[in-house]
Ligand binder design. Structure first.
Ligand code: PSV
Ligand code: MN
Length: 427
């Protein structure tokens, strides 16, 4: 299944008049503030966010999973689903694979299919948090930090295999998230576990091709409930520094204790050129993996404000972080959910682009606290959605992607093609 340009133009027709009205009004307003509207629209179009291969099926919790129907049954169908999202939004052009959930059986064929849909391969993800059938040693008590060298060797080899799959697909990075840790005080020697993790990561780093990057993802708890070896950005940063230049910290928004100032973490990492990857989602309590921007849109905006400042820095060379959505749940159609996440990310990005950085810096220098807040909130409270729609229109995407998705009855088509009870691979 794929969506043609004609189908999209047809869906856009009835929205064109109202859109033009909204867009012209906003453009005029912004131009009176000397905002370069076309430049902002260009930046919105260029801001592409990868989709993880595990977010295309219905998510689940440990209490249950409710199938959505028409779920992709294999990697090919996952790529087709991302192609659908791409046609509707033009906000994504990459897939991030989790191995062994989505092993490419024939890299050449998969690459060709992806290219046909305008999709490339983003960071590869290894999995040493679950045991796989026929695996020799168990990860029950850890992987890269395991007390037993044989388990560590097996986990390192898995990461090497993942790198090799990625090389065949044209990926350029590896993301490692570890569940290693302990659930009871006394279970683990913290120092030894961290040292073993560092040694294992260095070995994996040594196996990466010279043009690859390593992203080290941290998380405070879950599945371990007392200690996690890579629990926070500081630990990830320390390990990345020990590995070398091409190792970076990856920030997953859901991997922080409540009320953590994530924007400050982002600023600190960028100050040292060590922010490599980003997983978007939202949460109220823990790693809830909810739709980006669905709970704390202001936080997302503040994070983007730091990202934009960090990326504009001439003094510190930051790579463009690998942007990815890492969300899933069991209530919404995953494709609609991903479209909503993409929209929320673009909204926060566009609002942050509207921040008058010069005025903000002046107000900071003068310690004019109220003015600082005015400047930020003036941008945050601007309804930038007409800019997003204009960006999509110019790229040949849908003015209203979810409306187009629904009126084209895409889920019904997928259910007819794939059946009502298929189950996508993933957690
Ligand atoms: C762990 O919670 C995580 O955020 C990592 O990125 C994993 O790869 C992914 O979720 C697995 O669902
Ligand atoms: Mn993540």
């Amino acid at each position: 299944m794929s969506i043609s340009r004609n189908q999209i133009e047809d869906k856009n027709k009835r929205h064109l008049g109202p859109h033009k009205h909204d867009y012209d009004y906003l453009r005029d307003q912004l131009q009176t503030k000397e905002v370069d509207v076309d430049a902002i629209i260009g930046k919105i179009s260029a801001f592409q966010v990868a989709i993880p291969s595990w977010a295309l099926g219905a998510g689940g919790t440990r209490f249950g999973r409710f199938s959505i129907g028409g779920e992709p049954r294999n990697l090919n169908e996952k790529i087709i689903d991302i192609g659908i999202i791409r046609s509707l939004t033009k906000a994504t052009r990459a897939i991030s694979l989790h191995i062994p959930w989505d092993i490419p059986q024939d890299a050449g064929v998969i690459k060709e299919l992806a290219a046909h849909h305008g999709i490339v391969f983003d960071a590869m993800n290894s999995n040493t948090f679950q045991d796989q059938p026929n695996q020799k040693f168990s990860y029950k008590f850890g992987s890269l930090a395991h007390t037993d060298e044989a388990v560590r060797i097996q986990a390192i080899q898995h990461n090497v295999d993942v790198i090799n799959y990625g090389v065949a697909l044209g990926s350029k990075s590896l993301t490692i998230w570890l569940a290693d840790g302990s659930s009871f005080p006394g279970q683990l020697n913290f120092q030894k576990a961290l040292e073993r993790t560092s040694q294992s990561l260095k070995e994996i780093y040594g196996h990466m091709p010279a043009d690859w990057q390593l992203f080290i993802e941290y998380k405070p708890y879950e599945p371990q409930f007392y200690s996690t070896v890579i629990q926070d950005w500081g630990t990830s940063y320390l390990l990345a520094n020990e590995c070398g230049k091409r190792a970076y910290t990856l920030v997953d928004l859901g991997h922080h204790l409540p009320n953590t100032n994530i924007e400050q973490i982002v600023a600190t990492l960028m100050m040292r050129g060590k922010l490599g990857g980003f997983h978007f989602n939202d949460s109220k309590y823990g790693d809830d993996d909810l739709t980006a921007g669905s709970i704390k849109p202001y936080q997302l905006f503040l994070i983007f404000n730091e990202l934009i400042y960090g990326m504009s820095s001439k003094a510190i060379k930051n790579p463009e972080p690998a942007w990815m959505i890492d969300a899933s749940h069991n209530l919404k159609d995953p494709l609609e959910d991903l479209i909503q996440s993409l929209e929320a990310i673009h909204i926060a990005f566009a609002q942050a682009l509207l921040v008058d950085q010069v005025a903000l810096e002046e107000a900071r220098e003068e310690n004019d606290v109220a003015r600082c807040q005015e400047i930020l909130q003036d941008a945050f409270r601007c309804d930038v959605r007409p800019l997003l729609r204009e960006a999509r229109l110019r790229e040949g995407a849908a003015l209203y992607p979810i409306d187009a998705y629904r009126t084209m009855k895409i889920r019904d088509v997928l259910i007819r093609e794939r059946g009502a009870s298929g189950r996508a691979s993933g957690l």
